[in-house]
Design a protein. Structure first.
Length: 368
């Protein structure tokens, strides 16, 4: 069988099999709309908090009003005791408690030491905790500048230093804009990996998993082209539909895509040759999606992981893929700037193609 014949035969097999069609192509379409849906509003909004106002001053009441007016916080209740506030939080009715200590206004006007403002947040949700802390800090800083008398100790010490913070690449600071580009790489990897492995598992069950070199290359090219279609769909149309900002090195993305998808297709074909049923391939590969995501470095930086864990992470195509595609697509990086991750991806692709070929290719093209 020639390369071209194997290429077409593999595509026919994909369209004739509901399992292959669903995992290789349709799953990506589903994920492109299903996964970003929970993060549509991008940032946490109107998180309920309880304020304990022990100062009971004009400034503390202004703090409460300003907090309730922010996008991030909704003041659920104003209490006079921490006991009542903690009870509300423990009952699940609030995500945090904000304590305005007695003497806050006097402390800020005179520069005298005091207890200030205390924040207790439910840190099991880091995004919520961070949003509440940032909102309280911004409100206090704004009120110090705009409401306190110019003759206050803080003002007499000198003009406030302006700190300007401008987000790059994720201008809204939205969670969807952060997580979806990273998850998209894992989605492409896992759907293509399962599709190729399932195809090979089916051939092993039929006793036809051994191939000639031309047939292997044609099959590899077919799954690679399927992966390229889903890759460019996710990084292009899906990002556009979902409003995910794109930095714009489209040429770099197109150049790296074949390397990424051929690497995964070869890995999937090689792994699938060890299974004799679609379900067994799915049972082994699908649960790996979550650890693969955490090992990409998106959830926790690779340089902060133990060295052995980081080394293992770089053996997974999605890790090198993320550190190549995200800078190219989201940051507008050049190929030269991602040469390290791209080089690792190229090496992985070469290794996977060779090892899978050694496992699958047979001069007699019979089962073994």
């Amino acid at each position: 069988m020639s390369v071209g014949e194997a290429f077409l035969a593999t595509w026919r097999a994909i369209f004739r099999s509901r399992e292959l069609l669903a995992t290789t192509l349709l799953a990506v379409l589903l994920y492109s709309f299903y996964y970003p849906a929970p993060y549509a509003q991008q940032t946490s909004q109107k998180l309920p908090v309880v304020v304990v106002d022990q100062d009971d001053s004009a400034l503390s009441r202004a703090v409460v009003r300003e907090l309730d007016a922010t996008r991030e916080i909704r003041v659920q209740a104003v209490e006079t005791s921490m006991l009542a506030a903690r009870a509300t939080m423990n009952a699940g009715e609030a995500d945090g408690v904000i304590l305005i200590a007695d003497g806050l206004e006097r402390q800020l006007r005179t520069g005298s030491p005091g207890s200030g403002v205390g924040i207790w947040v439910d840190a099991t949700y880091l995004v919520r905790a961070s949003a509440i802390r940032d909102a309280v800090t911004a409100v206090i800083q704004n009120l110090v500048v705009t409401r306190l008398a110019p003759a206050s100790q803080a003002t007499r010490a000198g003009p406030p230093i302006a700190i300007v913070s401008e987000p790059l690449f994720n201008l809204t600071g939205g969670y969807k804009n952060y997580v979806f580009p990273a998850v998209a790489v894992v989605i492409i990897q896992q759907t293509l990996l399962i599709g190729a492995a399932s195809f090979m598992a089916g051939r092993r069950r039929e006793g036809t998993w051994r191939m000639g070199l031309s047939e292997y290359l044609g099959t590899l090219a077919a799954f690679g082209s399927a992966g390229a279609v889903t890759c460019l769909f996710l990084f292009g149309m899906a990002f556009w539909i979902q409003g995910v900002p794109v930095g714009g090195n489209i040429g770099g993305v197109i150049a790296v895509t074949p390397v990424f998808v051929i690497c995964i297709a070869a890995l999937g074909l090689g792994l699938g040759s060890f299974f004799d049923r679609f379900e067994r391939a799915m049972a082994i590969i699908a649960p790996a999606s979550v650890p693969f995501f955490f090992l990409t470095g998106a959830a926790w930086p690779l340089d902060q992981m133990p060295r052995i864990v980081a080394a293992i992470a770089w053996l997974i195509p999605s890790t090198a893929g993320l550190h190549t595609f995200v800078p190219l697509n989201q940051m507008g990086a050049s190929l030269y700037e991602v040469r390290g991750a791209a080089g690792i991806l190229l090496a992985l692709a070469a290794i996977c193609v060779v090892l899978a070929g050694k496992r699958i290719v047979s001069t007699t093209s019979t089962s073994g």
